[in-house]
Ligand binder design. Sequence first.
Ligand code: ZN
Length: 157
Amino acid sequence: MVENIEKSQKIEKIKNGTVIDHIKAGKALIVLKILGVDGSNGELITMGINVKSSKAGKKDIIKFENVFLNEHDVNKIALISPSSTINIIKDTQVVEKFTVEPPARVDFVKCPNQNCISNQGEPVNPTFDVISKTPLKVQCAYCDRILYGDEVMAFTF
Ligand SMILES: [Zn+2]
């Protein structure tokens, strides 16, 4: 069974869609989770976890058929794995390739501080400043609460 999966992984090329390459080893499932993609819409997803890489030793890779990411998605990936590259595939050709860049500010992390103004039902959108990319460290723009690494992922929506 494992052999078949590995074989199809190598053979499967997508015609149109997105390849996220050089994901930090072991982070692919978190990437899928925060992108909200689980295959239930019938889209083809092939994935390699801890794949051998000449650059970084090991990496993860995800290929999505007919899935194209928006800026919001790309920013989320940049926080989880700043080394990731995004390849946009059209008619089996790479038409665009870029390395993700963590933004200075993110609006998709909910503040865990219940007393924070962003949790008081006020018309205030959660906002965190990215104060360190590696290791990841973000700070609430309202109450100064700091979140680190995987903690950030737990509050990402
Ligand atoms: Zn806060």
